[in-house]
Design a protein. Structure first.
Length: 235
């Protein structure tokens, strides 16, 4: 009995050891597989870019839609179709394109690794405008007259009167008044003015004024003559 018990115990221990080794082997193999997948993902990098070309047209008439926009939703970058509806851009095989055109419903296109030429056909989108009411009305005569009366008259611009320039004489003119005549009044007045001290002073002042006026006229004549080269006969 004891020998049988020992044999059974040894068998159980062997089974446990085998199970333990199996579990350890599974863990090691799983770790190696995960590490390999991670390394492969790191070395592979992002998928390569593809040159996607295609045309955008009307779904019913097959008419090309120039100016339709084709945009990559991931990068929000895109291009516009030319006059024949053709477009060309670069994108990844896993990207999604959004195609729009004025008056048509937008359409999403899922790219595939092998599809590089696309045929996008858009459906018309009915746009309902709001109701617009146009009412014809004519203003009455009274309101027109009232508006005309309220208009301000423009100010009247008086024409400017031309002012003639003041003419300057060609030669300087003596503007001093001539001295009074030596004779005048009664003989008594003449004798008083001739021989009295007051008369002598008056005659002297008149002579000084006449000489001063002549000197000023001479200076003006000299200043005027400076504008000419030959002044013979005008001194």
């Amino acid at each position: 009995m004891r020998a049988a018990f020992l044999l059974a115990h040894q068998g159980c221990e062997t089974v446990r050891s085998v199970n333990r080794l199996f579990l350890i082997s599974c863990w090691i193999i799983g770790g190696l597989l995960a590490a390999g997948q991670r390394a492969e993902a790191q070395t592979a990098g992002p998928p390569a870019l593809l040159r996607i070309s295609g045309t955008v047209s009307d779904a019913a008439s097959q008419r090309p839609l120039p100016g339709a926009t084709v945009r990559v939703q991931r990068t929000r970058r895109g291009t516009a179709a030319d006059a024949q509806g053709h477009f060309l851009l670069t994108a990844r095989p896993t990207d999604t394109l959004l195609v729009r055109a004025l008056g048509y419903k937008p359409q999403q296109v899922l790219l595939r690794a092998t599809a590089q030429a696309l045929q996008v056909r858009l459906l018309p989108d009915s746009v309902r405008l709001g109701e617009v009411k146009v009412m014809a009305d004519r203003a009455d005569r009274a309101s027109i007259d009232r508006a005309l009366r309220n208009l301000r008259r423009p100010p009247v611009v008086q024409p400017k009167v031309a002012v003639r320039p003041k003419l300057t004489p060609l030669f300087p003119v003596d503007s001093t008044s001539p001295p009074p005549p030596p004779f005048g009044g009664t003989p008594i007045d003449w004798a008083y003015k001739k021989f009295s001290r007051e008369g002598k002073e008056r005659r002297k002042m008149q002579a000084i004024k006449v000489a001063d006026a002549k000197e000023k006229a001479h200076q003006r004549q000299l200043k005027y003559n400076k504008a000419f080269k030959d002044n013979r006969g005008y001194e």
